[in-house]
Ligand binder design. Sequence first.
Ligand code: HPA
Length: 287
Amino acid sequence: MAYYDQVAEAAAFLEGRLGGLRAKIGIVLGSGLGAAADAVTDAVIVPYAEIPHFPRSTVEGHAGRIVAGALAGVPVAVMQGRVHFYEGYTPLEVTFPMRVLGALGLRAVVLTNAAGGIGAGYRVGQLVALADHINWMGWNPLTGPNEPRFGYRPGAGLRFFDMTEAYSKRLRALAAEAAKEEGFALEEGVYLATPGPNYETPAEIRAFRTLGATLVGMSTVPETLAARHMGIEVLGISCVTNLAAGLGATHLNHEEVHETGRQVENRLAGLLKRLAPKIAAQMGTES
Ligand code: HPA
């Protein structure tokens, strides 16, 4: 079955399960950052394993389910857990869930991730909004024939599309406002994505800093590319789970990354609860 038809089948299945919930906002929760899903009320939970053609997450700390319902009264679809290239998934599989969100008619997505901090002054546990990214994965989920039917939003689905504002300025402004109300400052950074699965060498981190990156991770960029191809607005938020290799006193491990995520996930949940109504209000006046 063609990829586009698989996406359509998965979306139709989800529409049936979600029973009329018209989510406009999608939220993807990264490693150890799943708590925001618990704040969803009247939740319908759909494990990825039940959705036709949907890839399943194999990473510890990724639950692998969709939690759809209301976040602070706003209809949302939360993806608790994502799949990564380093797990062995193809670029099309990695972006399949994002395509399904597009087919469901979502207008904005919030992509969260755990990241290593490169920027001077970053602290472990800090949340940073993405202002831009660098695709260092060595691949692109849009390689191959263009599928114009993925242009679910006006003017989208193009072969060559603009990435000047990959991460929406107005969503970043709303996120900064929400963070302020929650009592913290949300800095902005540039996220560089590697294919993983290893953490970087100190020489790589020095190189990435020279390139202009302030955050490094193994996800998000493919999803942003698929979302922008579909005309979906993107907000990216990194949790600095560790200082990048060579910048801290210790060596890196997944447990530390996961543990920091656990410490920050409630703050992230608070931010997303503040933010959802602001995004909904902004979009409410648009078709
Ligand atoms: N590098 C890459 N990915 C990561 C890191 C890191 O230091 N921390 C969390 N995800």
